[in-house]
Every structure is written in structure tokens, then in C-alpha cells.
Design a protein around this ligand. Structure first.
Ligand code: 5GP
Ligand code: ZN
Length: 123
């Protein structure tokens, strides 16, 4: 069976924007799709390359996520970095988890950022 956004933790009001992308109800530039993971370009890029990698199952936070998904999501992130030719120059993987970390979309996602220099600490 193909997992869908309803297979994770209940999607609160049924109006998660990332679930809408998964279901094809919201447009996105998709770079990778398999039965469990989707990757697409961020609508408001913070770097020349800014991609979001998400599990198709709806998990509102990192803490809530099915541990079995971590490897799959990260494997896609690293695969995309290789395909996009940004491995050598460097890239950043970010998970904003919760309000103080700046999470705005309650559907677990990994940011893949590249194409410029990043500061540390991130601020
Ligand atoms: P967060 O702040 O939760 O870590 O990241 C959410 C990200 O989702 C932001 O970088 C934001 O620009 C992106 N985003 C929000 N709505 C949409 C959308 O409808 N489509 C796409 N492609 N990205 C979105
Ligand atoms: Zn969702």
C-alpha cells in the first residue's frame, strides 16, 4: 500500500500545506518522489538551493516521527546533494523543531540548503 499523509499522526485540521503538496492539491517543483518520501523546492528560498525533504506520512514534529523514516529522509537528502553537485562545496541540513526553533509548518521536514556560505551559530 502506498503511504499517504493520513498514515502518520492525525493531520490536525486536515489542512497541512505539505500534505496538500503530497496529494497534488498544491503545486510544487518536485525533485524526488518515492512511496515514502517527497522532496520539493522551498517556495521562499533562503539560499540558491533550498529543498524540503518530507516523509509522506504526516508527523507534526521530529519527536513524533516514526524512527524508521529518518534513514529514508536523510538518504534522499544526501542523494539530492550528490545529484545537484553540491557535495564538494558543502550543504546544510536543518530541522526546525518547535516554536523557538522557528518551525512554521507542522509536518516534519528537513531543509537542504546550499549555494552560499552559512554562519555558525545559525542564530
Ligand atoms: P519551517 O519554518 O517550518 O522550518 O519551514 C517551512 C518551510 O516551508 C519554509 O522555508 C517555507 O518557505 C516553506 N513553505 C511554506 N509554505 C510552502 C508552500 O506552500 N510550498 C513550498 N514549496 N514551500 C512552502
Ligand atoms: Zn502534513
Amino acid at each position: 500500500m502506498t503511504p499517504s499523509c493520513t498514515d502518520g499522526v492525525e493531520n490536525l485540521a486536515g489542512n497541512c500545506v505539505f500534505c496538500e503538496i503530497i496529494e497534488g492539491r498544491r503545486k510544487a517543483e518536485i525533485l524526488h518522489e518515492d512511496s515514502e518520501v517527497l522532496a520539493f523546492r522551498d517556495i521562499l528560498p533562503q539560499a540558491p538551493t533550498h529543498i524540503l525533504i518530507i516523509p509522506k506520512a504526516h508527523f507534526p514534529s521530529a519527536a513524533a516521527a516514526d524512527p524508521a523514516l529518518w534513514g529514508k529522509v536523510m538518504t534522499v537528502a544526501v542523494k539530492l546533494a550528490a545529484e545537484l553537485g553540491i557535495e564538494a562545496e558543502g550543504f546544510r541540513l536543518v530541522i526546525n523543531n518547535g516554536p523557538k526553533a522557528g518551525q512554521t509548518i507542522p509536518h516534519l521536514h528537513v531543509h537542504l540548503l546550499a549555494g552560499r556560505s552559512f554562519r555558525w551559530p545559525p542564530g
